[in-house]
Design a protein around this ligand. Structure first.
Ligand code: DGT
Ligand code: CA
Ligand code: CA
Length: 578
């Protein structure tokens, strides 16, 4: 698939055109950026669409006009885009890497390039250590220090990819193994099974008597870039998505699959604690199985049996981090964690009217297809210009359309009227209270001035919640995984304000957000508040992200009754109005 490559080039072209000061450059830059987003989220192969239907078929795609169709064709036919190369000649800068450094947008990157010749992260790092950034107009000591921190953050995340990128690939590998008929069982293990927000590598465990054939199949799968090591019991490959994948095959003897799966699921810390308990009971536990005093294998066909033999309740993989779950399991007090099938709706999504790709109707259908009963259409508000935020009139018009849509659809997939209202720098909200008060679901969020000190940021958010019209605080820390750190904020004070104003805190499911994260959820769940697991969908494809939010919520030990959107629509509306 060339989708990703073209999407990335378009994004970069957009950045570079945006720097040109021609009358149409902003418009053109936006066109490339929209097309980039569309390509990034579409499922069909763009090359196939072109091969089958030519230029005409490309132009039928959303966000693609004639000019963009030609650029796509040029890439498919020649592997190059002339416009990209021309711009690259003018700005020989690694935008992609540099813009991953927190606080560096395209404009700042170009200023640094013009003043200091910085082209990549290494150059930036050098400039920071030589204290050269602070001398550049528009920068200072504070921004230099911030860039330094941004680089550290980037480097600490390097090598780990998002769960949202890893899990679909891991699942397709498992599916191919199972389809082949060569394996008896195959399961995802490691951090991906524990639903960690990022994974260092993918681990897969299979049972088969035909190790060699399984490994041949695995090494030759689509998406495998190179083979790092290959043996009959263990093979490691490098994947195109930028991470490696370990496949371990154990013998066609399912007596100890439970012990093996437990071992390879980890976490290491959890397993170490478990092993101590095994020893206390006179057992020995390792990747080969559970053994008694006489070294005789104790049958553990699945993990339930293994935990049972240890006198414990089964522990869901998401909890296996040695954060107190072992003790709970010994006391048979493991909570019944919230499940994907209990999620009834999604309270944070965007449509075409602002920065989404689809209409409210298309979104509602997609949500319905994913098993949801309702969604809230929560478009951005006017201060957020880059997302084409709407004003009072825009919302009025949009809500009339939603009324029509709901009438048409009956009770099939209900669309709630809402907004993702900007929390302005001083804590005021970006729409009149009266209008917000009349909406079904008000999501509030910080989208600007991320660099405030902790005290001011906390006051800003608390003031917004104290307005009394907010239902959900979206992505409460603002962090972007492998991108931007959390802004400084005292989450305990925010939770107190949420408690007194009946505001739910969001578990944003977007793969690079997962905000709140697992540890924040765990800590804040002692407050009398609810959490809302939302997709923040910007297209019909994004409702699928909900499972990452559910995974994160499970890692934070949440149960169904702690999650706002497990409520059926009538109860939900009652609670939102109450
Ligand atoms: P990752 O890949 O960094 O996201 O994290 P994991 O948990 O997937 O770690 P990985 O891939 O190194 O190993 C997969 C599992 O294998 C891990 O969760 C537990 C098990 N494992 C690996 N090394 C050790 C070890 O030294 N001791 C024990 N007890 N288990 C280990
Ligand atoms: Ca792993
Ligand atoms: Ca591994």
């Amino acid at each position: 698939m060339k989708n990703k490559e073209i999407s990335e080039m378009f994004a970069e072209i957009g950045e570079m055109i945006g720097l040109e000061e021609t009358p149409t450059s902003r418009f053109e830059a936006r066109a490339f950026q929209n097309a980039s987003l569309m390509l990034d989220t579409m499922q069909e192969d763009i090359e196939e669409i072109y091969r089958k239907g030519g230029r005409k078929a490309l132009m039928e795609l959303p966000s693609i006009g004639k000019g963009l169709a030609d650029e796509i064709i040029e890439f498919i036919e020649t592997g190059r885009i002339g416009k990209y190369e021309k711009l690259k000649g003018k700005y020989p800068i690694d935008f992609k890497e540099l813009s991953k450094v927190e606080g560096l947008g395209a404009k700042k990157i170009v200023v640094l390039y013009r003043n200091l010749g910085i082209k990549d992260v290494d150059g930036l790092k050098r400039a920071v250590s030589e204290q050269k950034i602070r001398g550049v107009p528009g920068f200072g000591e504070r921004s230099e220090a911030m860039i330094g921190r941004g680089i550290e953050l980037l480097e600490s995340g390097r090598g780990r990819i998002l769960l949202g990128e890893a899990l679909p690939v891991a699942e397709s590998i498992v599916a191919k193994l199972l389809e082949s008929g060569l394996v008896e069982r195959a399961m995802i293990a490691g951090s991906a099974r524990r639903m960690r927000e990022t994974v260092g590598d993918i681990d897969i465990l299979a049972i088969s008597g035909k190790g060699r054939a399984v490994m041949d199949l695995f090494a030759g799968m689509e998406g495998v870039k190179s083979v790092i090591s290959k043996g009959e019991a263990r093979t490691t490959v490098w994947l195109e998505i930028g991470t490696s994948c370990d496949l371990r095959v154990i013998d066609a003897d399912s007596r100890n699959f439970g012990a093996a799966l437990q071992y390879f699921t980890g976490s290491k810390e959890h397993s170490v604690s478990l092993r101590k308990i095994a020893i206390g009971k006179g057992y020995k536990l390792n990747e080969y199985g559970l053994f008694d005093r006489k070294d005789k294998l104790i049958r553990c066909g699945d993990e339930e049996e293994l935990y049972g033999k240890m006198g414990m309740q089964y522990i869901p993989p998401e909890m296996r981090e040695d954060r107190g779950e072992i003790k709970l399991a010994q006391q048979h007090r493991i909570p019944k964690l919230v499940e994907m099938k209990e999620i009834r709706g999604d309270l944070h999504s965007h449509t075409k009217e602002t920065d989404g790709s689809n209409t409210a109707g298309e979104m509602a259908y997609a949500a319905y297809a994913e098993g949801l009963e309702y969604i809230a259409a929560t478009n951005h508000t006017k201060s957020l210009r880059i997302a084409r935020g709407m004003d009072e009139r825009g919302f009025g018009k949009f809500f009339r359309e939603i009324d029509r849509l709901n009438e048409m659809e009956g009770k099939k997939a209900i669309v709630l009227k809402g907004a993702e209202v900007d929390i302005l720098k001083d804590g005021r909200l970006d729409l009149p209270t009266k209008l917000l008060g009349s909406m079904d679901c008000v999501v509030a969020a910080v989208h600007s001035s991320f660099n405030m000190d902790g005290k001011s940021m906390t006051e800003r958010v608390v003031k917004a919640l104290d307005s009394g019209v907010v239902d959900i605080l979206a992505h409460p820390t603002g962090r972007l995984i492998n991108g931007r750190g959390a802004y400084e904020i005292d989450l305990d004070r925010v939770a107190e304000a949420a408690e007194r104003n009946h505001v739910a805190l969001e578990v944003n499911s977007y793969p690079n957000r997962l905000d709140l994260n697992d540890s924040a959820i765990m800590r804040l769940s002692s407050y009398k508040i609810l959490f809302s697991i939302d997709s923040d969908s910007h297209s019909t494809q994004h409702f699928k992200f909900l499972r990452y939010g559910v995974g994160t919520a499970r890692r934070g030990w949440l149960t169904k009754r702690q999650v706002l959107n497990t409520l059926p629509i009538e109860k939900l509306l009652k609670r939102l109005r109450g």
